[in-house]
Each structure stands twice: as structure tokens, then as C-alpha cells.
Design a protein around this ligand. Sequence first.
Ligand code: LRH
Length: 487
Amino acid sequence: RSDAAFAAVDLGATSGRVITGLAGPDRLELSEAHRFANMPVRLPDGLRWDVLALYREMLEGLRAAARSGPITSVGIDTWAVDYGLLDADGALLGLPFHYRDSRNAGAAEQVLAVCGAQELYAVNGLQHLPFNTVFQLAAHRAGAQWGAARTLLLMPDLLTHWLTGVVGTEITNASTTGLFDASAGCWSDALIGRLGLERSMFPPLREPGDPAGTLLPHVVEFTGLPAGTPVTAVASHDTASAVAAVPATEPGFAYVSCGTWSLAGLELQAPVLTQESRAANFTNERGVDGTIRYLRNIMGMWLLEECRRTWDRRGEDPGLPALLAEAARARPFAAVIDPDDEVFLAPGDMPSRIDTHLVGIGQVPPGSPGGYVRCVLESLALAHRRTLREAAGLAGRELTRIHLVGGGSRNELLCQWTADATGLPVTAGPAEATALGNILVQARARGLVGDLADMRQLVARTQELRHYTPQGDQRAWDRAAARLEQA
Ligand code: LRH
């Protein structure tokens, strides 16, 4: 038989997992080997990723995966933009910074003073986010470590390097750095030079499916995986893996990959680098097989997660099921926010930031946790609507259906309200789209599944999906959207 088992390491901003997947022409089954929290740590000089803890948990997960049966290969994906710097000996220079760290304030201006926003977008096609790698590097350069830095490795590539000793940059994630040429599909030597960075810091690119070395002997010994087990480059940007596993069976679909962030957009064959696209802040990130992920970041479940952390610290978090039940009963459209206001980006007291934002736009803060949850979910549904309609307009596409994948697809209120707000059918799931995309690319590299369309067919055939049709009064959503626009 032609099925094989693969291990997917999938690290999100709040949790990580190692998942084994059995994949073949008619089979795609996941089982979770290990799940762990990803807990960033604030040091005096900033907010850092505890990358050693992540690495150790990943090794534990691989050990658990090895115990479950033979593993054909390992693939790693994580969130985008963040990186570690290696010195000339290959040693990591300090703990990688979290993209939500405040050091980035002001760094974008420094870059834009050298290379204007228009010129930058014409090359990299990237939405402006204050934490794009290119801006983080401007902040990093001012520090003492910079002189010793020789190699930049994005998070999945750093972990791959620790497993195999091999250095490389996977292309879907490279496309989130701001130093990547969206049209040519390679590092932009011109931008790198223009910004005074060393070209030699940026390793050769690899495509999803390319080999990324084999496990080092001490990794073999620790995990119990066989000597020679390969690591395969997958679509190492988690969003790229998720989009690869969208269970769309017809072209022209729209997607929302919803976790800590909501990434809402379309898959295109070529980047859109127009002025209008830049003004609307759409990104052209790279997907599997040279596709373009034309999308915009929406603040996502972060708003809810961060509200809950605040309530939890005060011993007031009633738990997600109770919160969602309360939200379902709360008054509709009592308060709606623009989730993408930069005030929501940093960690910290989210309910009081929502209050301040609401007062600023002439609305009344919610009086109860359920009210906040309703506010967040209705506001996200409105942001999904706004973003997808703008994407369709800018790309000259018609919207027919939305695929909502990722952890957020388990949230029935969010799925239903996204359908109601947009007036479009929503297919929800799979929740583990990222791990599925990771495994499918590995399976494809072994010839077990076909092209991107085949991969998606396989997900549609094998995974449980839920369907939502628009209900209720569409005009109420129009009014809420108009109210926000006028604010
Ligand atoms: C989602 C994600 C997103 C990036 C952000 C940093 O996990 O990778 O696509 O913009 O994290």
C-alpha cells in the first residue's frame, strides 16, 4: 500500500503541536502526538520567544511521534516574520524577538526614509505591518549583536537548522520579510543592497517539498527516529500551509485562515502591485507552487485571547463555552470596533483598550464579558466582509463562497456571522488546516498525492466540514458597517 506517516511540527503564536499524519491517495488522517503552550517571555530588553523551550517541546513531540510508528519525514511551519541571527560559528545570537515587541516603533520610518513606501511595495508587494522583518532589522541594527551577525534564519528555518545542521530559507516565509521580490520570486538583491544589508546574511531559497537535510545524530538519539530521517521543507509560513489545505473544489474561492490572526483573501496566479492595492494595504505573499496569497491581516482571535488573559488574571474568566453562550444572548451590534487599530497589537489589558477605542468613536463600552465577546466576533465578521470585498474588487474577482479554516472555524458564532455579514455561504474547517498542509506537501514530495488541486480534493473528501448559509437581516450588517466607516 502506498500510505505513509509524516510528522508536522506546527508552531503558532500561542501554542505548538507535533502532529502525525497518515497520507496517501485516498487517505488523510491526523493524530496529535504532543501539544504545548508557546509562552513568550518579557526580558528587560524586550519581549522574546522562548525558542529553547519550543525546540525542546518539538523534540519531545518528535519522540512521541516516533513511538507511534515509522515516520517518513518531518516538516516544520511557524508564524511568519520572526528570525534568529547566527554568528560566524553558527551560534544563535540572543533569543529571537517577538513581533509584538515595542522595539519596532519608529523602525519602519527609518526604512521608509531610505526607500519610499511606493517603491518598496512595487518590489515586495507586502502589506505594511510595523513588524515586517525588514523593519525589525532596522531596529536590530542599532544593537551590539549586529556586528557579529552573519546569517538570518526565519523561525522554521532556525529549528530546521537545529535538527539537520543545514542552512536555507523557505520561500513562502521569505515572502513575508519585505526583502523578497514578489514578481521574480527571489530575494531582492536591489532592496537588500539599498537598505545597506549584507546579501550573504540571506541563505539560498528552498521551495515547499525540497529536502532540508537529515536529522543530526544527537537528534536521532533523543527522538528515537531512525538515522537518515529527512526533514522536508514545507510551506513553512503557517498561513501558506493553511491555504494549501483549503478544501476548495472549485477555483475562485475566498478564504479566511482564522487563528490568532484572521488572514482573509484570495489565491492568485500573479501579484497585484498597483497603487490601489498598496493603499488598501493588501499583501502578495507566496503560496505553494508559486501562487500568490493576496490577503490582509485582521487582528483575529488575538482580541478574544487577550481579553481572556486579562479576565483570567483577575480570576474572572468563565471559560470559552460560557462566554460564547453569553455572547449569543447579548444585544446585537451594541458595539463594533475596527479590529485592526494598532492599539490592539501589543499584549496587555484588552478590555480597557476596547473601551477607550469605543469611546473614541462615540460608542458605549460593553458591560459584561459576553458583551465584549459579541463585540469582538461581530467586528471580526465585519472585517472579514470588508477585506474580502476589497480583495475581490482589487483582483477583479467575484466572491461565491468563503472557506474558513483554522482554530476559528470551531467558533460557530464567528462562522455564522461571517456568512450573515457577507451574504455568502461559509464552509468551515478543517481546524487543523495548517498541519494538514504541512503533511500534504511532505506526502507530495514522496509522490503520494498530486498537485495543489488534488491536495485540496483530498482534504475535502477526508475531513469533516460544516456549512453555514447566510441568515437574518443583511441590512443590519450594512448599517453596522456604515457606522464603523463613519466613525
Ligand atoms: C499567522 C501569521 C500571519 C503573520 C503573523 C506574524 O500565524 O503567520 O500570517 O502575518 O503570523
